[in-house]
Write a protein that binds this ligand. Structure first.
Ligand code: SR1
Ligand code: MG
Length: 411
């Protein structure tokens, strides 16, 4: 089939011809379709049967350009093949945290998947004052399993190299390389600054040679260290939650990169939300409750990840395909594991710093801070976020634990 962008009106006709949909819908004559995509890249349709809303799916379609900018920013539709493969791969590892893919159509750059009816995007839920007890346990489990099982600690060298090839995601990596690691530090037209943000706060980032060297080091790590299959964009807008469940969505940026990247993006988004909450209702009981939850959750995400990742590693190092069991044993294996986890922790902090700078100075800001109505209150959140980012970038080798980092946030 030749690619064409589907409209709401065309979705029922398309689904009718998909064999997998015949088991999901009793008929295709009375479907309600609404396009709800609020992300930067794709179109997303919610489809449900008017007489039986239990019959429902999500259709996501990529177009040959960046949706948020338009046709002037062309982008191949290959990203949908990557997203579909990543959804299937991650779901095989963590079925409780990924939506099921019902149908994928490479020609149409489209995927039909499970609709999470009782769930909402975590960022919006936090902004509405909701917090969720299980998110840290769920996201740390997702990260431990996804980051471990894509790595050389688990896969044979041949399987790992094949996976690196399958998940080569040149265009979306280029977006990250530019938007996270390069543009925020120069006068790129993609940057935009809150007019109330003091020039000095921007200069402290853009004119600090040591900080820029740290960012260069992290960009090089992002581009060269093919350690594991990453989600690639694991912010709180890529997480859907209900009281009991947590799902990870939108892995179109998936590629082989350094483990700390996913962890760092997630931590950064909890920290950005912390500053945003402080600026919205400083000292208010609800904001303080959410802020406490954000820091507790950030710490538990790392701690839970580290513990489960280590358990997986130890469980697989003897007799598994991973190299370490054959090369090291006893004290040398433990020393290697400790050094490895230290590196992942420090990388995570560095990548968190990069993400925080980007969400304040660069393109694709986060509503947590950008939607603070009073520009002066917004600027105080931005200044705090930039100061933390500076510390994460420059002092990441000195932090011994997440508790140290939480002290930096509160300071
Ligand atoms: C131009 S795309 C902007 C951003 O949206 C995605 O969520 C990624 O974070 C990307 O950098
Ligand atoms: Mg996304």
């Amino acid at each position: 089939m030749e690619f064409r962008r589907l409209t709401e009106a065309e979705i029922p006709g398309y689904l009718q011809d998909v064999p997998a949909m015949q088991a999901r819908f009793s008929d295709f004559d009375d479907l309600d379709v609404s396009e709800v995509g609020d992300g930067n890249l794709n179109f997303v349709f919610l489809v449900s049967h008017r007489r039986d809303p239990q019959q429902t799916v999500v259709v996501k379609q990529a177009v040959p350009y960046l949706r948020v900018v338009g046709q002037s920013w062309p982008l191949t539709r290959h990203r949908m093949d990557i997203e579909t493969a990543a959804l299937r791969h991650f779901r095989a590892l963590c079925p409780q945290h990924l939506p099921e893919v019902f149908h994928a159509d490479s020609d149409m750059s489209l995927v039909v998947m499970e609709r999470l009816r009782d769930h909402r995007i975590l960022r919006g839920a936090l902004l509405d004052g909701h917090t969720f007890d299980s998110v840290a346990a769920h996201l740390s489990t997702f990260m431990a399993h996804s980051l471990f099982h894509g790595s050389d600690l688990y896969l044979t060298p041949a399987a790992k190299r094949d996976a690196v090839k399958r998940f080569t995601n040149v265009e979306l990596c280029k977006i990250t390389e530019d938007l996270i690691f390069t543009h925020p530090y120069d006068d790129s037209p993609t940057n935009s600054y809150n007019p109330a943000l003091p020039r000095d706060a921007i200069d402290r980032i853009q004119r600090n040679p040591l900080l820029r060297a740290a960012v260069g080091e992290l960009k090089y790590a992002f581009m060269t260290r093919a350690e594991t299959l990453l989600h690639g964009d694991l912010h709180v807008g890529s997480v859907m939650v209900s009281e009991k469940e947590t799902y990870v969505i939108d892995p179109e940026f998936a590629f082989y990169g350094p483990m700390g990247f996913d962890i760092g993006i997630l931590l950064a988004n909890f920290f950005l939300a912390w500053y945003g909450q402080g600026a919205r209702a400083p000292g208010g009981a609800d904001a303080t409750h959410t802020q406490d939850w954000l820091l507790r959750t950030a710490a538990q995400c790392w701690d839970g990840f580290a513990q489960q990742f280590m358990q997986l590693w130890q469980a697989h190092e003897h007799g598994g395909a991973g190299f370490i069991g054959r090369d090291l044993d006893g004290a040398s294996a433990q020393a290697y594991r400790d050094a490895f986890m230290r590196q992942v922790f420090q990388d995570s902090l560095g990548f968190a710093g990069c993400e925080m700078v980007r969400r304040v100075l660069g393109l694709a800001k986060v509503a947590d801070i950008a939607d603070v109505a009073d520009p002066v209150a917004r600027a105080s959140a931005e200044t705090g976020a930039l100061r933390l980012a500076e510390r994460l970038l420059l002092q990441r080798h000195q932090a011994g634990s997440m508790q140290d980092v939480l002290t930096w946030v509160r300071a």
